[in-house]
Design a protein around this ligand. Structure first.
Ligand code: ADP
Ligand code: MG
Length: 614
C-alpha cells in the first residue's frame, strides 16, 4: 500500500523554514541581535564579523543578561520575555516581541550564548542547528554575548543566494549605523575581523552622525524640531545649499526604530525640489506619534510602516523640513546677526568676541564663551556659560616657562589703538603646528593650543559626567586575570568595599593568602592603570574610613581621557580643530588639562608689538 503523502513536518524543518523568513542574510541576524541587546538595556554593544558575517557574527552587550532558566528558553521558538498579552502588540515599546529571532538564528547556525545577570546567574550554551551540544558555566559580568558561526550551514541553498563578502558586509554596516544613529547614548564598536570599522562614543546625535557619515557632512546639518497635529519630527537635514548626499544617507526612524516609508520619502523630496531636481539631501528624521496612528508591519525583515492618516504625516514632515529651512534663513539673515546674541546684557556691555579669554579692561572677571556652531547641537548653540577663571589664569601663566610671553591681563594703556570691531562671529582660521599644536588668531592676538592637553580636558569632563550620573560603568572581563597583592590593611578594607568596587566595574576575587585576582576592570581603563586604581581606591577608603568612589572615578576619567585624546603628531582636519576649540571653551576649566598642564597660551597683540619694539 502506498503510504500517505501528507505528513506533519518535524520541528526542525519548521524552524528552518521560519528561520528563512526571519533571517534572510547575515545582516538580519545582526539586526535582531543588536535589537535584543538594546531591549536588554545595554549601554555598550560590540559587533564583530568575519567574511561578511557568513563565517562569524559576534554581538556582545552589557545589558541585563539572562539567568540560567531564561538562557534555556531563549533559543526555543515563540519564547519572549517582552510580550505577555495580545494587547501588548499595540504598544510597541521594545524592538522585538515575536520571540523567534534567537530560535531562527539558532536553527541555522552554530550558536554560543554566554550570559549572566547582575546577580551572577547565567551560563553558556553551545547549540548547533538549534540543538544543545554543550553546556558550561559562565561567570562574566552582566551582559550577553551571542557568537554565531557558519550561518546557513544546514541550508545550503540559501547560502548560495548570499552576496559577496563585501556586499553582505555593507548590509551589516548599514544595520550597525542605523541602530547607532537611533541610539547615540549607546557605545558601539564594530569590527570586521580585527579592524575597527566604526566606533560610536556616547554623545549627542550630531556627534554620532559625524562618526557615522562624516564630520564634514554632519557639521552643516540643520536641526529639525517640529510638532504638528500630534506628530513630532526631529533630527537633522541638509541645508538647501548642500544636497549632494548619497541615497543611503536618508535615515528614518519611528520611535527610534528604523523604518521605511514611501510617503515620507516623498514628503522629503518634495520639500527639497525647489532647490534642484537632482537633490540628494542627507536627512535623519525621527518621528513620534500616538500609538493608534501607525501600524508597523511586524515582519522583521522590512519595516514598512502604515500610517492611519498618510496625508497628515506627509504634510507634517513636509512642513517640518520647510520650517527648518525658514529658521536657517532667519538665523543667517544679515539683519539678525550673531553679535546681537553675543551682546546679551547679562555679561558685558560690549559684545564679547568668540574665544576671548581676555577680559575687556573694564569688565569683571567673568567670561562668556559661546559654542561655535560647528559640530555642536544647535539647541546648544546659544547656550552661554559663565565662569571665573581669573585666578586660574594667574596661577597658570605665572609659571616661569610660560610667564615670559603670556599675559592674560591686557596691560593698562598698552592696548593697541585699533581694538578690533566687535564683528559678528566668524570661525577663526586655525592651523596645526607640527601636528601637535593648534594656532589661530582671535581678537586679542595669537592663541596656541596643545591639542592633546585640550582634548584630554574635554574627554575628561565628559567621562566624569557620565560616571557621576551613575551611568553603568562598563566592565571588561580580562582574558587572563591579573594577580594583585594586598597589604593587611587593604585586605581588611577590601572586604567592606567590594560591592562598591563592583559597581565601578572592578571584579576582584580572593586568590589565596594575600593574593587576589582582578577578573574584570572598567572598560575605560587600561589594564596598566587598573591595578593602581584598585590600590588607590582601597587606600582612599582606608584613609577616610569610608569608600571614596570620587577619587577612583577621577582616576578612571583621567586615564580614559589621556588614552583617548588626540596625541601629539595626530593630524587634524580644519573642522576637527574648530570643534576642539569650541568644545574646549565650554568645559568647566578650559585652561588646564586634567593633569594640570596648560591647554593653551596666548601671545597678545600688545606683546607682539613689544617684541617688535614698536
Ligand atoms: P524577542 O526579542 O522577540 O523577545 P528573541 O528570539 O529575539 O525574541 O529573544 C528571545 C528572548 O531572549 C528575549 O525575549 C529575551 O528575553 C532573551 N534575550 C535575547 N537576547 C538577549 C540579550 N542580548 N540580553 C538579554 N536577554 C536576551
Ligand atoms: Mg528579539
Amino acid at each position: 500500500m502506498k503510504s500517505a503523502e501528507i505528513h506533519v513536518l518535524t520541528d526542525e524543518i519548521i524552524n528552518k523554514i521560519a528561520a528563512g523568513e526571519v533571517i534572510e542574510r547575515p545582516a538580519s541576524a545582526v539586526k535582531e541581535l543588536i535589537e535584543n541587546s538594546i531591549d536588554a538595556g545595554a549601554t555598550r554593544i560590540q559587533v564583530q564579523i568575519e567574511q561578511g558575517g557568513k563565517k562569524k557574527i559576534l554581538v556582545a552587550d552589557n545589558g541585563k543578561g539572562m539567568g540560567k532558566e531564561d538562557l534555556n528558553l531563549c533559543y526555543l521558538r515563540h519564547t519572549t520575555s517582552k510580550l505577555k498579552s495580545a494587547d501588548d502588540l499595540f504598544h510597541l515599546q521594545t524592538n522585538g516581541f515575536r520571540g523567534e529571532a534567537v530560535a531562527s538564528i539558532a536553527a541555522i547556525s552554530k550558536m554560543t550564548i554566554s550570559t549572566a545577570t547582575e546577580d551572577g546567574d547565567g551560563g553558556r550554551l553551545v547549540l548547533k542547528g538549534g540543538n544543545i551540544e554543550d553546556e558550561q558555566a559562565y561567570t562574566g559580568g552582566h551582559g550577553t554575548t551571542f557568537l554565531i558561526e557558519d550561518l546557513f550551514f544546514n541550508t545550503p541553498v540559501r547560502r548560495t543566494f548570499l552576496g559577496s563578502e563585501t556586499s553582505e558586509g555593507t548590509k551589516i554596516l548599514d544595520v550597525v549605523l542605523k541602530t547607532a544613529i537611533a541610539h547615540p547614548e549607546i557605545r558601539f564598536d564594530y569590527k570586521v575581523g580585527d579592524k575597527a570599522v566604526f566606533i560610536g562614543v556616547p554623545g549627542e546625535l550630531r556627534t554620532r552622525l559625524a562618526e557615522a557619515i562624516g564630520s564634514s557632512i554632519a557639521k552643516n546639518l540643520l536641526p529639525v524640531d517640529y510638532t504638528e497635529a500630534g506628530v513630532h519630527v526631529s533630527g537633522y537635514i541638509s541645508p538647501t545649499t548642500e544636497t549632494n548626499g548619497k541615497r543611503h544617507h536618508q535615515f528614518l526612524f519611528l520611535r527610534k526604530r528604523p523604518i521605511e516609508s514611501k510617503v515620507i520619502a516623498k514628503a522629503v523630496s518634495q520639500a527639497y525640489e525647489p532647490y534642484g531636481a537632482q537633490c540628494k539631501p542627507v536627512t535623519v528624521l525621527f518621528l513620534d506619534m500616538p500609538d493608534q496612528d501607525f501600524d508597523v508591519n511586524v515582519h522583521p525583515a522590512k519595516r514598512e510602516v502604515r500610517f492611519a492618516n498618510q496625508n497628515l504625516v506627509f504634510l507634517v514632515v513636509n512642513h517640518a523640513i520647510r520650517d527648518t529651512f525658514q529658521k536657517d534663513l532667519e538665523a543667517n539673515s544679515p539683519f539678525i546677526d550673531l553679535s546681537a546674541e553675543m551682546a546679551k546684557p547679562d555679561v558685558n556691555d560690549a559684545p564679547v568676541p568668540q574665544y576671548n579669554f581676555a577680559p575687556p579692561a573694564s569688565a569683571a572677571p567673568v567670561y562668556k564663551t559661546q559654542e561655535p556652531r560647528l559640530g555642536n547641537d544647535i539647541s546648544e548653540k546659544n547656550k552661554t556659560k559663565s565662569y571665573s577663571v581669573a585666578d586660574d589664569v594667574q596661577d597658570l601663566f605665572s609659571q616661569p616657562e610660560a610667564g615670559k610671553i603670556i599675559s592674560l591681563e591686557p596691560g593698562q594703556g598698552n592696548v593697541p589703538e585699533q581694538k578690533p570691531e566687535p564683528a559678528p562671529w566668524t570661525p577663526p582660521t586655525l592651523f596645526q603646528i607640527a601636528d601637535t599644536y593648534i594656532a589661530g588668531e582671535d581678537a586679542e592676538g595669537l592663541l596656541i593650543i596643545d591639542q592633546h592637553a585640550a582634548h584630554s580636558r574635554i574627554l575628561y569632563e565628559r567621562a566624569l559626567a557620565t560616571l557621576e550620573n551613575g551611568a553603568d560603568l562598563d566592565s571588561q572581563e580580562l582574558l587572563f586575570p591579573e594577580l594583585i597583592e594586598f597589604s593587611k590593611l587593604e585586605k581588611q578594607v577590601f572586604a567592606s568595599v567590594d560591592p562598591q568596587l563592583r559597581k565601578l566595574g572592578f571584579f576582584v576575587e580572593h586568590f589565596g593568602g594575600d593574593t587576589f585576582q582582578i577578573r574584570a576592570i572598567p572598560s575605560a581603563l587600561p589594564l596598566s592603570r587598573a591595578i593602581k586604581a584598585v590600590h588607590q581606591f582601597l587606600d582612599s577608603c582606608a584613609g577616610s574610613g569610608e569608600a571614596d568612589p570620587k577619587q577612583i572615578t577621577d582616576t578612571i576619567a583621567k586615564a580614559w581621557s589621556k588614552t583617548n585624546a588626540y596625541q601629539a603628531g595626530d593630524k587634524l582636519k580644519p573642522e576637527e580643530m574648530a570643534q576642539l576649540m569650541g568644545q574646549l571653551m565650554s568645559t568647566e576649566d578650559p585652561l588646564k588639562s586634567p593633569y594640570g598642564a596648560p591647554t593653551l597660551m596666548r601671545i597678545t597683540l600688545d606683546e607682539l608689538a613689544k617684541k617688535f619694539k614698536h
